[in-house]
Structure formats: structure tokens, C-alpha cells
Design a protein around this ligand. Structure first.
Ligand code: ADP
Length: 598
């Protein structure tokens, strides 16, 4: 059986090896057992039911609470040449009838439905009368009232299962499940301990980073400009922030979309579509965005402000790198952002006990920002991951040692300048004085007469400003009034000025190495080919081929159909459908390069 599974993996999906847990899950289900898979986002849960669905006789029913994801999943299956459909409220009644009829005729191998569908007697009758290969519960944590996203309609399916004769194997899949939720799912679906596959939550391709004390706009701009073709999400805490970041980036000619609950449904739909199609590769959004987005090539998720708890953070940040390629999760931290979260908790309608729980969770989130431990491990401990975990070696803390820099002398210059300016000016003016700027305001206030004027003339004004932000973030300076942020010294400043305390800063070196071995021009050409196919078919580009497949093409430079089939992610069907056009472009690119070199 496993040999067959391996063959299907190659033939349909174009992959050579299974990801952790996939093979065991497939084995449990094809041997007729109910099974539960707890695997991280991007771990490849879909294959755990798709391959058994292909191997077993009959139709597989996939229950998913995320209607918006169904079309994507079905498009992806059809694109592999597999008969699949979805039945939900987004299609007309006539269309629903038509698909139900075809389902009755056994024309689909996979049918996606929302939990509510099981409340329809017609659907239940149909499910009882056809041969089912399996029933999969996607996002299975929603079935448990201990989960963070409980759906009563999901749970009520359990009672209806009794009415299905010859019940096929049930398969539950989730990326977020505490011990209590796992036990609840097992009990409800009658899954024995030996058929639970828990690979943990670790995401080895994610580079977690905390960035403190940087000018956030500057950071965003330089970060995005360094990765202009990459797709990313920026999460902001409020609609107002979303609008202002969006306006700022648009003005800087970044191709950026925005999404928040204050926009009309059509506006949100359009924004989401342009992001998914890679037309606007950057999305600025509140946390209203993301549920039901399956875009696999999100290369970074930046949090512009601290979220309320680690559950939300891990879920939102985890939308990066579903395709397994190296991706960043950056949290931009400024102390004052915590006040907003406290305010939101205070203003909420929760009872006192629940509020206290939320404060505790927020505190753990804040501790994440300050911890010196491996960031990935910190989170996995928080989620009680059952595995022995090593430091990730990729997060900003694991990378930290080499990046610490002693800036005590520069800090002293800045602090004494603040003092000499009588603690009456903001960071911009302090930087100008230290730089030795001749702008009118400096001269008007006779700040050019100060002994600290021009003291840091060898540094750029921006570097001085960055350092001031670091000093503010680490409590060596404070800004008292948010409207007129005048810099003041703090008790810690005195220690530095007296030479009793040293100041170290992390010069931010982005830890994800830019990929150097991939030919950027070729990658871009292949992206264009993919875009044309995507437009032609009305599909998201990553469903045609994920980024990982295009990169593998750039590395392998296939010259024939056989060599193309060796590329990770190219199966028989996709080779026939798209392979030749990609092959043509690769061969032409290689030829062109050769002729230039000669
Ligand atoms: P999940 O539902 O667990 O978040 P998906 O099933 O959407 O993850 O899979 C994430 C990505 O990984 C998809 O692009 C999928 O094609 C790819 N993938 C799944 N299994 C494998 C595998 N064995 N080898 C390579 N890529 C895989």
C-alpha cells in the first residue's frame, strides 16, 4: 500500500518524499482506522486525506469550516487532474443540486462541504446511499469546545455519523490543539491513542525576529525594498494604522493592498484577490485578514505592533512559508504598543476572571519580546509541544551573539546632547545637532553653539536617529508625550553618562539569508510564465506551481521532459499542462546566458 502511496505522491504531486507524519497517517487511514493528525501549518495535512482518497474506493467527504478555502483546494485538485468539487452556500441552489446529483453518480473523488451541510436530511440521505472512501475533518480543533474556535455545528455532525452505514475511516486534522482538545477529538470521533500522529508545532523554515527601537516606517521600507518581488503580510493593530501604513508604502511606490473590517465587502474581496494573484504582493491588514487564506508563497509576516497573545501571534506569523521555503516572521516592538492591548482588554465585555487570563497571556507575549532564549522554543514551550526541541539557530536570539555591538561612547554623546538641549526637543532635532546640521531651526535656537554640535558628524543622520530609537526602546531615554515626543533622560541614562553602565545594541542583520544560488532573472521569467497561465485559467499562481517548484527549476535547469519530471512539484499532469512552456523558457535562458559568456 505504501508503495502505491509513494507512486501517487510522485505521479500527481511531483514530490519524492513524504513530510513527517504523512506516511503514518496515510497508512492508518488506508488500513481502515480512524486517525488524528496534529501537524503544523504547511506540514502537508491535505495529502493525508488526499492520497487515501485516491487509493480507496468511493467518494471522500472533506468537512471544512473555511468556505473561502474550499475553492482553492478544489482548484488545486482539478489542476492535478483529480475530480473534485465543493458544495456550500457560495454557489446557487441549482448548482448545488447539480453537484449533489453528480456526487450521487459517484463522479467526484473529493467533495468539500461546510459542517452545516450535515444538517440537511437530503445530504445525509445521499451520504448514506453512496460509497464513501473516508470523511475528513479539517481544522478539527473547531469540533471541541476546549478549542479556541469552537463551532457547535461541527460538533453536531458526530451524532449524525451513527446514521451512516459502513462508516468509512474518519480523519481529523489540525495545526492547533492542546492536550484537552486532542483528547476531546479522540473521544468524539472514537480515535485510539495509537492512531494519533502528533508531529508537534515546530516550523523549521521560519525565522522569528524581534526588532526593537527601530523607526518602523524606515524598517518596513528598507525591508520590502530588499525583497521587492516577494509576497508578505504586514499586520497592524488598528484600521487607522492599516490606512496610514498603506498610504505611506503606496507613496513610496510599493505595490501594496490593504484589508480591514471598515472596508466594503467588495473592496476587501478585490484586495484579497490582488494579493492572492501576486498583483499586489504586499498586504497591510488588521487581524481580520488571513483566516481562509491559503497562499503558500508568503515569504514574510511582519507585525507592526505586538498582538494580544502568543496564540494569535503564532497563527498569524505562521501564514508565512507554507510551501516550506525559508521565510521571516518579524515583530516590531515599541513599549507603548502594549498600552493599546491593555486598553482593549480593559474595554472588553469579559468578566474579571477572563480579563485577568488575557492580561496573563499578554504578559507572556511581552516576555517573548524580552526573552534571551530561542524564540521558537519559547513558543513551543508555551504550547506544550510534546517533543524534545533544539534551539532553532535561526531566530534573532539564536543569532544574537555575533551581532551585539558596544555603542556606549555614541550613547554618551547622544545623552549628553539631550541634556545640553535642556530635554526640550524631539529625536529629529537631537540627531540634527549631533550631525552638525545647518537647517534654520538649529541655527534659530542657537543649537550650533552647543559643545555637542557636530559631535557625530561622521555618522549619517539616520544612523544617529536609529540609535536614539534603540536608546528609547531600552529605557535609556524616554518620550513623555506621544503628540510632541520630547526626549528626556531617565535614571538609566545617568549610569551610562558616568561610565558605570555599558550599552549594547543589536544591529539588525536580517537572519534569513537571501538566496544567492537561485538565478534571479530566470526565476523572474518563470514567474511571468506562471502569471500568464494563472490569468488564462483564473487560478492563483501558486496553484499552477508553488515558488518552491520554480526555484527547483532554476537550480536543476531541466533540458527535457524527463528532467522536468525530476523537479520537486512537477507531476505527470502538470508536465503535460504547463511543463513544455517552462522548459522552453529555461532552455532559451540558458542559451542566452551561454552566448553572453562566450
Ligand atoms: P497544511 O494544510 O498542513 O497547512 P498543505 O497541505 O496546504 O499544508 O501543504 C502545504 C504545502 O506543502 C503545499 O504547497 C503542498 O503541496 C506541499 N507539500 C505537501 N506535502 C509535501 C511533500 N511530501 N513534499 C513536498 N511538498 C509537500
Amino acid at each position: 500500500m505504501n508503495n502505491k502511496a509513494q507512486l501517487l505522491l510522485k505521479q500527481y504531486y511531483g514530490y519524492d518524499t513524504f513530510r513527517p507524519g504523512q506516511e503514518t497517517m496515510i497508512h492508518h487511514v488506508t488500513s481502515g482506522h480512524h486517525a488524528l493528525g496534529v501537524m503544523p501549518t504547511g506540514g502537508g495535512k491535505s495529502l493525508c486525506y488526499q492520497i487515501p482518497g485516491l487509493l480507496l474506493e468511493g467518494t471522500a467527504i472533506i468537512i471544512s469550516p473555511l468556505i473561502s478555502l474550499m475553492k482553492d483546494q478544489v482548484d488545486a485538485l482539478n489542476n492535478y487532474g483529480i475530480a473534485a468539487t465543493y458544495i456550500n452556500s457560495s454557489i446557487t441552489y441549482e448548482e448545488q443540486r447539480d453537484r449533489l446529483e453528480k456526487m450521487y453518480e459517484g463522479r467526484y473523488q473529493f467533495v468539500y462541504v461546510a459542517p452545516e451541510r450535515f444538517e440537511s436530511p437530503d445530504f445525509l440521505r445521499l451520504a448514506r446511499s453512496i460509497q464513501l472512501s473516508l470523511i475528513a475533518f479539517d481544522e478539527a480543533h473547531c469540533i471541541s469546545q476546549w478549542g479556541h474556535d469552537f463551532r457547535p455545528s461541527y460538533r453536531s455532525i458526530v451524532a449524525t455519523l451513527d446514521q451512516i452505514p459502513n462508516l468509512p475511516p474518519l480523519l481529523a486534522l489540525t495545526a492547533t490543539a492542546t492536550k484537552a482538545v486532542i483528547q476531546d477529538i479522540q473521544r468524539l470521533l472514537n480515535i485510539s491513542d495509537k492512531h494519533v500522529v502528533n508531529t508537534g508545532f515546530a516550523r523549521n523554515n521560519l525565522h522569528f525576529q524581534v526588532v526593537k527601537g527601530m523607526n518602523k516606517h524606515d524598517f518596513l521600507l528598507s525591508y520590502i525594498r530588499n525583497r521587492s518581488h516577494e509576497s508578505g503580510i504586514i499586520y497592524a493593530a488598528t484600521r487607522k494604522d492599516v490606512d496610514s501604513i498603506h498610504a505611506f508604502l503606496s507613496k513610496q511606490k510599493v505595490k501594496v493592498a490593504r484589508y480591514h473590517a471598515g472596508m466594503s465587502e467588495q473592496e476587501r474581496k478585490d484586495a484579497q484577490q490582488s494579493f492572492i494573484q501576486d498583483e499586489l504582493p504586499v498586504m497591510v491588514a488588521t487581524n481580520a485578514f488571513g483566516m481562509g487564506i491559503d497562499k503558500s508563497n508568503v515569504r514574510y509576516v511582519i507585525h507592526y505592533a505586538i498582538p494580544m497573545n502568543l496564540e494569535s501571534y503564532y497563527q498569524e506569523a505562521g501564514r508565512a512559508g507554507r510551501d516550506g521555503l525559508e521565510s521571516d516572521c518579524v515583530l516590531l516592538f515599541a513599549g507603548q504598543d502594549v498600552h493599546l492591548q491593555k486598553f482593549l482588554i480593559e474595554q472588553s465585555l469579559m468578566n474579571e476572571e477572563k480579563k485577568q487570563q488575557e492580561y496573563d497571556k499578554l504578559q507572556k507575549m511581552v516576555n517573548y519580546v524580552h526573552t534571551n532564549r530561542c524564540l521558537q522554543r519559547y513558543m513551543l514551550d508555551y504550547f506544550s509541544d510534546p517533543h524534545d526541541i533544539n534551539d532553532c539557530g535561526k531566530c534573532s536570539n539564536c543569532k544574537d551573539e555575533s551581532e551585539k555591538e558596544d555603542v556606549t561612547r555614541e550613547a554618551q554623546m547622544i545623552l549628553s546632547c539631550v541634556k545640553r538641549m535642556d530635554e526640550r526637543f524631539g529625536s529629529g532635532m537631537v540627531a540634527k545637532v549631533l550631525k552638525g546640521s545647518k537647517v534654520k531651526k538649529v541655527l534659530d535656537f542657537k543649537l550650533d553653539k552647543l559643545s555637542t554640535y557636530g559631535l557625530m558628524s561622521k555618522h549619517t543622520e539616520k544612523d544617529i536617529l536609529d540609535l536614539i530609537h534603540y536608546l528609547t526602546a531600552d529605557g535609556f531615554l524616554q518620550q513623555e508625550d506621544a503628540k510632541f515626543p520630547v526626549l528626556k533622560l531617565t535614571p538609566s541614562s545617568i549610569g551610562v553618562l558616568k561610565g558605570q553602565e555599558k550599552v549594547f545594541v543589536k544591529r539588525l542583520k536580517l537572519s534569513r539569508p537571501m538566496e544567492t544560488n537561485v538565478d534571479k532573472d530566470l526565476f523572474e521569467e518563470l514567474r511571468q510564465v506562471r502569471k500568464i497561465f494563472a490569468e488564462e485559467k483564473g487560478l492563483p499562481p501558486y496553484i499552477i506551481f508553488p515558488d518552491s517548484t520554480l526555484k527547483d527549476m532554476c537550480l536543476r535547469l531541466p533540458k527535457s521532459s524527463e528532467e522536468m519530471l525530476a523537479v520537486n512539484g512537477v507531476g505527470d499532469r502538470k508536465l503535460r499542462e504547463y511543463g513544455h512552456e517552462f522548459l522552453r523558457v529555461i532552455i532559451a535562458h540558458v542559451e542566452k546566458k551561454k552566448s553572453i559568456e562566450v
